[in-house]
Design a protein around this ligand. Structure first.
Ligand SMILES: C[S@@+](CC[C@H](N)C(=O)[O-])C[C@H]1O[C@@H](n2cnc3c(N)ncnc32)[C@H](O)[C@@H]1O
Length: 249
């Protein structure tokens, strides 16, 4: 389809056949519309085509679970669990593990991975920007890596409220969000303040909200931020944060 469009888009307005010309223009419009439409479940296709994608746990996870254990954490939610690298890691370390993600292929890969390792977790396919399907004060901790930034700020704020609701008093969170260092202007489209969708690559159509460290900590205003730093990589910067609910020392 894309190859066909490339050929047609060379000269959509030239040519003497008006029917063909209209057809070409319609196809090009369809292509542009399709590339710039919000698509919230693109990771489902990525997992289907590429498999697990992320295998090793995020590098701070071993340290974070030591902190979890010190704070008597038992029940942990992986928010946006993807294909399950942290579910497996958490379950292996004896936590009562829960995972939620919109991508059903990711969740089914998580289920298989856990089974292979003879581990268990409670998994749900769900949109995390809607009401979360858990009771108030249910979790002792929430981890969420490379996920939280996938919406406009209004919905992210609602999600943070939901995280507060399902987390017990003094519950812990470990979050990473990512920023792209540089994307050429013709490869992204701004759809809201600080919010972009990519027109190329894995994440086409998925919103990315661009946090910086102080903005991230400001959004978690009902938490006491215990650690906040940036990890620059080749093309991206990961912002990492861990915090405790209720702002109590
Ligand atoms: C970059 S992947 C990270 C996956 C996993 N946290 C990890 O680090 O391996 C982003 C994940 O966010 C999930 N996601 C994006 N938007 C979502 C939504 N609205 N509801 C639930 N999950 C969502 C995607 O399906 C994908 O699994």
């Amino acid at each position: 389809m894309i190859a066909k469009l490339k050929i047609l888009s060379v000269s959509p307005f030239v040519g003497s056949n008006p029917t063909l010309r209209t057809k070409n223009i319609n196809l090009i419009n369809f292509y542009i519309e399709n590339m710039t439409k919000l698509k919230r479940n693109v990771w489902n296709e990525t997992f289907k085509e590429k498999g697990k994608v992320f295998i090793k746990p995020q590098r701070d996870m071993p340290r974070i679970i030591k902190i979890f254990k010190k704070h008597n954490v038992k029940k942990v939610l992986d928010l946006g669990c993807g294909s399950g690298r942290h579910l497996v890691f958490l379950a292996k370390h004896g936590f009562d593990t829960y995972g939620i993600d919109i991508a059903k292929y990711g969740v089914s890969m998580s289920r298989n991975w856990l089974k292979e390792e003879e581990l268990k977790a409670n998994l749900k396919v769900c949109d995390i920007y809607k009401k979360l399907p858990y009771k108030d004060n249910f979790f002792d901790a929430i981890v969420s890596t490379r996920t939280l930034h996938h919406e406009k700020i209004g919905k992210i704020r609602k999600l943070i409220k939901e995280m507060e609701r399902i987390l017990r008093k003094n519950g812990l969170i470990f979050i990473t969000v990512l920023n792209f260092k540089y994307i050429p202007k013709n490869e992204m489209k701004q759809i809201a303040p600080r919010t972009f969708i990519h027109l190329k690559g894995n994440d086409v159509g998925l919103p990315h909200y661009k946090f910086d460290e102080s903005m991230l900590s400001a959004e978690f205003k009902n938490f006491k931020v215990l650690g906040l730093w940036s990890e620059p990589q080749e093309k991206i910067v990961n912002i990492v944060c861990w915090a405790r609910k209720n702002n109590m020392i």
